[in-house]
Write a protein that binds this ligand. Structure first.
Ligand code: ARG
Length: 259
């Protein structure tokens, strides 16, 4: 009996640790609202136009939620806190251009990808083009990102002798550091870079080599299968009925779904 109790206690701890107690799909459905967290700092994916949160991912998530019969209540927090909050059941999902990685998939579940992008090198006047040219340079990058992890790996492994990797809670501050010459290079998503270059034609910002490609997905509490299935089904629907294509063309002039 003691053994059984100990095993049961172990199972409960394990369940709590994996976040199975997040709001299950039936509860979310009953409430009519999906609580989603985002960084709100990544134009054109999630950003503010005045006081209004908008962007490709915001509109896409709202269209997906509509198919699920739900409204979205947005929580805007620093990117770095989004997955930790999800693990503590503070929201139902995080929609913030998260690259799907094995590391993250240990602690959260990912939807099917909602777009494909990639980490890119950006510098003023294109003075840094290639990964090897990061040697001796100062690189600005957002805290908590796959970009930061990769840059640290490159440096630590000795593969590229980057002078310093500076991280910023907001992606736009990493960009600002590069614009004001506090950093030589900004690493961000290629679509974010394209938008910055379009909006700041005088800045001289140019894209160099892609560091690595990424599949982006919505993060959902580990084991919240009902929500995951419902979200994936609705995502497939907006991809099939023209909604996705329309939104993607509005923001990017092209369809950015993974092929
Ligand atoms: N794709 C990168 C990652 O997965 C960066 C995402 C940044 N998102 C944001 N909303 N600032 O880490």
């Amino acid at each position: 009996m003691k053994v059984v109790r100990a095993v049961l206690a172990g199972v409960c701890v394990a369940l709590a640790a994996t976040g199975v107690q997040a709001r299950p799909w039936a509860d979310i459905q009953k409430s009519g609202t999906l609580i989603a967290a985002t960084g709100g700092d990544l134009k054109p994916f999630n950003y503010f136009e005045g006081k209004k949160l908008t962007g490709f991912e915001i509109e896409l998530a709202e269209a997906i939620a509509q198919k699920m019969g739900l409204k979205v209540e947005w929580k805007v927090l620093s990117f770095d806190s989004l997955l930790a909050g999800l693990q503590r059941d503070r929201w139902d999902m995080a929609v913030s251009s998260h690259g799907i990685t094995e590391e993250r998939a240990k602690v959260v579940d990912f939807s099917n990808p909602h777009y494909c992008g990639g980490a890119v090198i950006v510098s003023k006047d294109g003075k840094v083009q290639k990964v090897a040219e990061l040697a001796g340079k100062t690189v600005a990058v957002q805290t908590g990102t796959t970009y930061l992890a990769r840059l640290n790996d490159l440096k630590k492994s000795g593969e590229v002798d980057i002078d310093s990797v500076k991280n910023f809670p907001l992606d736009r501050d990493a960009r600002a550091a590069t614009l004001s010459n506090r950093a030589d290079v900004w690493v961000t998503d290629k679509f974010v870079a394209m938008e910055a270059i379009r909006l700041l034609p005088q800045s001289g910002l140019k894209m160099g080599e892609i560091l690595f490609p990424e599949h982006m997905g919505a993060a959902i509490g580990k084991g919240n299968q009902g929500l995951l299935d419902a979200f994936n089904k609705a995502l497939a629907e907006v991809m099939a009925d023209g909604t996705y294509e329309k939104l993607s063309k509005k923001y990017f002039d092209q369809d950015i779904r993974c092929t």
